[in-house]
Design a protein around this ligand. Sequence first.
Ligand code: ADP
Length: 167
Amino acid sequence: MGTAIYSGSFDPITLGHLNIIKRARIVFPRIIVCVTVNAGKSPLFTLDERIAQVALVTSKFPNVEVAVCDNLIAEFARINKANVIIRGLRALSDYEREFSMALVNKKLNPDLETFFLAADEKYMYHSSSGVKELARFGADLTGWCPREIIEPLTSRMEQITLGGKAQ
Ligand code: ADP
């Protein structure tokens, strides 16, 4: 098994995402965590901020790299000689979207396999949007996102509440 890609907007990276990365890195010799530009969403953190955050929380894992992707993942995989896409599966609601995405990627790049990891039961109901909602109401973010992300998330939310503009 060679290089595997784990992609997402990571706006911000949560403990659920980090759990998938930690487990995948035991199985695959090289993981590229791919931060997607995702033109359809208006992110809380800029692309550069999200890349820096993912790099910070994965810095202790020697076989994990961070990259940016403004291309189709299937194309990104071809360029980077990756043959596996990792996806995390939470509730049944993830299944339909993930299944069709796997089929589309297979069609675009027949050498690419999608591997699904079942979400850890602790993180089954964790999502970036949920974490942002908790932050917006000033909840304690311990146990939701990596500790390095708590301060930037809290202060970005404070900026917004005070009328500052997020990028
Ligand atoms: P995007 O914003 O690009 O849709 P997501 O954060 O929704 O990114 O998802 C990126 C990947 O991480 C998907 O495979 C998703 O199922 C997985 N994922 C997200 N949250 C969790 C979690 N709590 N546990 C396991 N996998 C997760």
